[in-house]
Design a protein around this ligand. Structure first.
Ligand code: XMP
Length: 520
């Protein structure tokens, strides 16, 4: 494991991700972790992240020199670079000038471990106040910039390296190469973190955890729960029962896709498809307020899932062959784990009291096979497990589904109409090769709005469909996606021709903020 010591940077997770992209396993630990505890984990290498602006700042996190004396290869980035210099007797000076943004490297040492064999014309992303003015004894200076005379150094014998910039961000032209040079040449690590190794290891662990007991997993149609279920299924076969609640608010073909991917035909997972379409529709009848819809859908969902769960548990109790259901599979990802404070929380959650017919004290143990993975790794694992492309590369889709994309009351007729329009949009975006460029494209039906149109020889009075294609990094902010005109025009023609009741297609050109991605 390569441990990334987080000195309070917003970059630590990103560093771990980049390391994994080099097929080396990496985790983030707080820099305040005692050195002995870090070394106990026998890290294959350490990477010191960026952090607060100055090693002289009161309360600035310090680097325990023990970490530099343990013979473990170390790479310091930005603040981590300065803290190496500080700890080993180099000089870190307050230069008074901040160097910020894209900067060209000068005098790159072509014989250094970090840069050998690379293009020496490199642009790097800088963000620092202090600068190293003298490298510690035994270190060679391997690059400089106008604002940082010592922009990189290394002591290849002790295997300690550092750069003043942020190789982990995309703005550093050769950042990934520099990281890979450290990992492979500097630290001598192989490339063994691959999807198939992850699968092998996780399957082993799941078998150990679940033993001969049974597990339940709720499928949402999203990639995380699907991959988690597929992994557990590979490990324990039909002792996993998947529950999929069809609330009737999914897009065209989605429920069938789930059934195909997880049904018995696919190798023996038990899949309980709960058809709750009528139930949801009647609960939503007459409701137009967005928050009220969300509450109703959320609440119905939980009730339906719990009921299915209760049935499965009761059934297993009455089956003399079956061992008890003890595990609940969840698709928790590594960023969630890091954000909630990390740790190996041996979470035990208690099932809700309102599960009909269940003893009060049933406890599930959580099985979270994706706890160590980033989203892109989850997708790679899913592909390797043979899940269909449509699931592996699924764009985000809200839990309340089309229920919050019909502006107005949700009815069967409106759902069918929106499903047809949405299917056309998805097909055309896919055909144009745009799926990976856009974050998602909600298709919204303005069910309470009508406008006049003309089609054939007749007047129409139909509903508008709104296209809401967006680009985003994390859904917190978003911009409207610039879809090529010809694609928009094809979508518009097809929807107005093929979807009865729609005579107008409009494009939402609002960023977030001020708009949200969804309309409700
Ligand atoms: P907004 O509309 O808030 O959406 O900009 C941000 C992202 O979250 C998705 N979204 C949801 N996902 N349950 C979900 O699982 C929900 O209730 C929900 N509401 C919005 C939305 O599609 C976008 O990706």
């Amino acid at each position: 494991t390569v441990l990334v010591l987080d000195f309070g940077a917003q970059y630590a997770q990103l560093i771990a991700r980049r390391v994994r992209e080099a097929n080396v396993y990496s985790e983030v630990v707080p820099a305040s972790t005692p050195a002995a505890q870090i070394l106990e984990r026998r890290p294959a290498a350490l990477i010191l992240s960026g952090g607060p602006s100055s090693v002289y700042e009161p309360g600035a996190p310090t680097l325990d020199p023990a970490l530099l004396e343990a013979g473990v290869p170390v790479l310091g980035l930005c603040y981590g670079f300065q803290s190496i210099a500080h700890a080993l007797g180099g000089t870190v000076a307050k230069t008074g000038t901040r160097e910020y943004g894209s900067t060209r490297l000068d005098s790159v040492d072509a014989d250094s471990v970090l840069f050998a064999g690379q293009d020496l014309e490199q642009v790097v992303w800088m963000s620092h106040g202090d600068a190293v003015t003298q490298a510690p004894e035994g270190f060679a200076v391997t690059a400089s910039t106008a604002g940082a005379p010592v922009a990189a150094f290394e002591d290849a014998e002790r295997r300690i390296y550092g750069v003043q910039w942020h190789p982990e961000v995309g703005h550093s032209s050769h950042g990934q190469q520099v990281l890979e040079h450290f990992l492979h040449q500097g630290a001598g690590l192989g490339s063994d973190w691959t999807a198939s190794n992850v699968i092998e290891e996780q399957v082993e662990r799941i078998r150990e955890q679940i033993g001969d007991k049974r597990a339940i997993c709720g499928l949402s149609g999203g990639v995380d729960s699907a991959v988690a279920a597929a992994l557990v299924q590979r490990a324990i076969g039909d002792r996993l029962t998947c529950v999929y609640v069809d609330h009737g608010l999914m897009r065209q073909g989605e429920s069938a896709e789930i059934e195909q991917a997880f049904g018995e035909a696919h190798g023996g997972a038990r899949l309980v498809m709960v058809d709750a379409r009528e139930d949801f529709l009647s609960a939503l009848a007459g409701v137009t307020d967005p928050e009220a819809k969300r509450k109703i859908i959320g609440e119905r969902f939980i009730r339906t899932f719990e009921k299915a769960q209760a049935d499965i548990i009761l059934e297993s109790e009455h089956d003399p062959e079956a061992t008890e259901v003890r595990f609940l599979v969840q698709g928790t990802l590594y960023p969630d784990v890091v954000e909630s404070g990390g740790g190996d929380g041996a979470a035990n959650i208690k099932s809700h009291h309102n599960v009909g017919g269940l003893p009060d004290d049933i406890e599930f143990e959580l099985c979270e096979p994706l706890r160590e993975l980033f989203k892109d790794e989850v997708r790679a694992v899913g592909a390797e497990l043979g899940l269909p492309e449509g699931i592996v590369h699924r764009q985000p889709f809200p839990g309340p589904g089309l229920g919050i994309r019909i502006i107005g009351e949700v009815t069967q007729e409106r759902l069918d109409l929106l499903r047809s329009a949405d299917a056309i949009v998805r097909a055309e975006l896919t055909a144009a090769g745009l799926d990976r460029q856009i974050w998602q494209c909600p298709v919204v039906l303005l069910a309470d709005v009508r406008s006049v149109g003309v089609q054939g020889d007749g007047r129409t009075y139909g509903h508008p469909i709104v296209l809401r294609p967006v680009t985003s990094e994390d859904a917190m902010t978003a911009d409207w996606a610039r879809i090529p005109d010809d694609v928009l025009s094809r979508i518009s023609n097809r929807i107005t021709n093929e979807v009865d009741g729609v005579n107008r297609v409009v494009l939402d050109v609002t960023s977030k903020p001020p708009g949200t991605i969804e309309w409700e």
